[in-house]
Design a protein around this ligand. Structure first.
Ligand code: BES
Ligand code: MN
Ligand code: ZN
Length: 509
């Protein structure tokens, strides 16, 4: 297990605070450091101003410069300037990037402790108060420090890399310290949960099997007083989860249906339900995928990982709501027993499905999970799934595709995502799209072809949601990334763990 970074909030002056590395943000084009950084500059005899005047550092996004104060000038041994781009472009995401950049710079120079002053910057921004600035900074620090080294027995890098152990957030005054404190609790819990999701995502298909996910869910449930029910193949047969079983029938690996029930609200109060796709490896089945990048399909359980991780955070935060997390989980493999293109299968709801493409398996397992969710008579359901390649084409790696049957819920989810930096963009589920999944011989077919592939997948799910307000997150472009962000290494991102937590928090009041 990776060591988690420690976060501390201090009401202290960046001039006096003793730290191996003091981090200050700087706006592009500012010829002098602003706010509290001006005081640091003064004590350094104008070293920052000189650096800017020489044109060695411009404050461009993610740019850095390192200064070495003389003995006794300030409390810090080193000062790291981090560029945050132009003042008018400063949004919370810039702060996340700056924190990530600082963590990477610290790793590079071999410093494990750093202190960050945000006060002078966020007060200039209309986009964020101290609370969300604090949360963004704290979450970015916890996410940036995370690494996955569990499966390496040898260090590739001869200069064994230093891990950042502590990040101190310097508050400018008491009020800010209080806001940072509030932000610190939720920020740490949420980002650590996101790191758990990243770990589950990163573990390969031969380790993170359906039963492994069920084991992790069971341990979390036991530690936090949840009721966790795990169905195996025989249980699913008894239940009639025919769509989930159809996907699982090609694999020797045992499928699982995981239900985690957290009782934080009043007894009898209708729960919120989170559903996550848990395909631990998606080969495509008989409609097999090309070999290139097929290994990335170990990430096809990202929605499920997000649900399991968010459930842990929701319990740790003691949110006052009843919340159920559902994860249908199986492999999707080709074999002599696998479901074939053209097969017609049943489902827990009873609708018949023509499987025209065995690679459209996510919607099949989610269909049964969405039907199962109805048993709880929930207030609302949100599902998350790496569901369609089409979503990556539509939105790239910048937004989650958001669909649903309830405008208010969609707005809520979108706002929650915006607050935590997991942005969603809506796509329409107009009636006209429904025809694409009409089947000649069954109630519907599991693929609507290439046009609007994300929307027709959403429409397929909608057929199984009943009257309950429901939102669907297509996270195919967001669950993992080949290029790193300053605060996220390449690979698993943990999306949408923080969105889930933030949405439940907003509902729990
Ligand atoms: N897991 C994939 C979707 C996916 C693709 C996620 C790329 C992340 C990156 C899903 O099961 C799938 O294969 N979908 C098909 C649907 C099609 C057959 C209708 C797709 O997108 O090609
Ligand atoms: Mn697939
Ligand atoms: Zn899939």
């Amino acid at each position: 297990m990776a060591v988690e970074v420690r976060i501390r909030i201090e009401h202290a002056s960046p001039v006096e605070f003793a730290t191996p590395l003091l981090v200050l943000q700087h706006f592009e084009r500012d010829v002098r450091p602003g706010g509290l950084a001006a005081e640091v500059d003064e004590r350094l005899g104008g070293a920052i101003t000189r650096l800017l005047a020489r044109g060695d550092f411009h404050g461009k996004k993610d740019e850095t410069a390192l200064l070495y104060p003389q003995e006794g000038q300030i409390g810090a041994e080193r000062v790291l300037l981090v560029g945050v781009g132009k003042r008018e472009d400063y949004v919370v995401e810039r702060l996340r990037r700056a924190v990530g950049t600082a963590v990477r710079a610290a790793e590079k120079i071999g410093v494990s402790h750093l202190a960050l002053s945000t006060g002078h910057v966020d007060r200039l921004s209309e986009h964020m108060g101290a609370y969300y600035a604090g949360r963004a900074a704290i979450e970015a620090a916890v996410l940036a420090a995370w690494d996955f080294t569990e499966l390496k027995t040898q260090e590739n890098d001869p200069l064994a890399h230093v891990q950042v152990e502590e990040v101190v957030l310097l508050a400018a005054d008491e009020a800010e310290a209080e806001e940072f404190g509030r932000a610190g609790r939720i920020g740490q819990i949420a980002a650590r949960a996101e790191n758990l999701a990243r770990e589950l995502q990163t573990l390969p298909g031969n380790i993170a099997t359906p039963s492994y996910l069920a084991k992790v869910a069971g341990e979390i449930g036991a530690a936090h007083g949840m009721t966790v029910t795990v169905l195996d193949r025989a249980d699913m047969e008894r239940e009639g989860m025919k769509a989930l079983l159809a996907v699982a029938q090609g694999s020797l690996q045992e499928p699982r249906f995981i239900a985690m029930e957290y009782h934080g609200g009043a007894t009898g109060e209708a729960p919120l339900v989170l559903v996550g796709k848990g395909i631990t490896f998606d080969s495509g089945g008989i409609s097999i995928k090309p070999a290139e990048h097929m290994e990335d399909m170990k990430f096809d359980m990202s929605g499920g990982a997000g649900v399991i991780a968010a459930m842990r955070a929701i319990a740790e935060l003691g949110l006052k709501a009843n919340v159920v997390g559902l994860v249908p989980t199986t492999e999707n493999l080709p074999s002599g027993t696998a479901v074939k293109p053209g097969d017609v299968i049943g489902s827990l709801l009873g609708k018949t499905i023509e499987v025209v493409n065995t690679d459209a398996e996510g919607r099949l397992i989610l269909a049964d999970a969405l039907t199962y969710a109805q048993r709880y008579h929930p207030k609302a359901i949100i599902d998350a799934a790496t569901l369609t390649g089409a979503c990556v084409i539509a939105l790239g790696h910048q937004a989650i595709g958001l669909m649903g049957n309830d405008g208010e819920l969609i707005d809520e989810v979108r706002a929650a995502g915006q607050r935590v930096g997991e942005r969603c963009w809506p796509l329409p589920l107009w009636d006209e799209y429904r025809e694409q999944i009409d089947s000649e011989i069954a109630d519907l077919k599991n693929s609507g072809g290439r046009p609007a592939g994300t929307i027709t997948a959403g429409w397929f799910l909608k057929e199984f949601t009943g009257e309950v307000p429901w939102a669907h997150l297509d996270i195919a472009g967001m669950a993992y990334r080949s290029e790193a962000l300053p605060y996220l290494r390449s690979g698993a991102t943990g999306v949408p763990t923080r969105l889930f937590i933030e949405w439940v928090r907003s509902r729990a009041g």
